[in-house]
Design a protein around this ligand. Structure first.
Ligand code: NAD
Length: 248
């Protein structure tokens, strides 16, 4: 273990896009902290195994990122044991899709808390450390739904559009401290989140994608990783659309 190895926290890291992002960071032998809130540890255990096979140091926590107190405690523990946090990927997210006419207060609050409040929780918890070490890279996972809207996703779209405003404001606050914060807005990506969509919906998405295919977690992780690389050190407050041209 070397101090030059970056410490990378990936929320929602047990599967899907988060897992692939963690595997991408493993290529530079970063030290990786996964956060998830799955009912069981099976996906997380599998991701930990995949990461350990690459030789990296990894630790996984089951923590609800919508809980301000739990996130504070988690980040304190990570800094206590690993000494720093260089990169934060705010990727945890959920959907509770239904038309607004039928959307319960619970479904609204739940999606805003897990998708948006979590970004406040995790970013605020790591900022002091990043400012102290004069280095930080934060990437927030938004969505095409936050850019153009989607019927049945008023809660989700609001949370993902909120992330973009949050990203721009915080970028202005911390840019002078060499902390960058950007967003990635994926389009239609094949993961567990989209697996249950009706075939008709998937087909209609595909007809609107100029590149003619659904995205993969790999397509997203490449953009996320690049935003945390030296080559992207002059970008902050930006949102990169990774959507096959679905929205330009
Ligand atoms: N899949 C897509 O098409 C797509 C498109 C645009 C944006 N996104 C966004 O990308 C991100 C990852 O999506 P995915 O498709 O990999 O999802 P997924 O359902 O495969 O994985 C979600 C992850 O978030 C974690 N999570 C959920 N609630 C949590 C909580 N309260 N606390 C901590 N962790 C929690 C889960 O444990 C899991 O690790 C999400 O923010 C999602 O909104 C996905």
């Amino acid at each position: 273990m070397s101090d030059s190895q970056r410490v990378v926290v990936v929320t929602g890291g047990s599967r899907g896009i988060g897992r692939t992002v963690a595997l991408k960071f493993a290529e530079e032998s970063a030290r990786i902290v996964l956060v998830h809130y799955d009912p069981d540890e099976s996906a997380s255990d599998e991701t930990v195994k995949m990461l350990r096979e690459t030789g990296v140091e990894v630790v996984s926590y089951k923590t609800d990122v919508s809980s301000t107190e739990d996130v504070k405690a988690l980040i304190k523990e990570v800094i206590g044991s690993l000494g720093k946090i260089d990169v934060l990927i705010n990727n945890a997210g959920i959907t509770r899709d239904t038309l607004l006419m039928r959307m319960s207060e619970r479904d609204w609050d739940m999606v805003i808390s897990v998708n948006l409040k979590s970004v406040y929780n995790c970013t605020q918890a790591v900022l002091r450390q990043m400012i102290k070490q004069k280095y930080g890279r934060i990437v927030n996972i938004s969505s095409i739904a936050g850019m153009i809207g989607n019927p049945g996703q008023a809660n989700y779209s609001a949370s993902k559009a909120g992330i973009i405003g949050f990203t721009k404001s915080v970028a202005r606050e911390v840019g002078s401290r060499n902390v960058t914060i950007n967003a990635v807005a994926p389009g239609f990506i094949e993961t567990e989140m989209t697996a249950d969509l009706p075939e008709s919906v998937k087909e209609s998405y595909l007809t609107n994608i100029p590149l003619g295919r659904a995205g993969t977690p790999h397509d997203v992780s490449e953009a996320v990783y690049w935003l945390c690389s030296e080559g992207a050190s002059y970008l902050t407050g930006q949102t990169i659309n990774v959507n096959g041209g679905m929205f330009m």
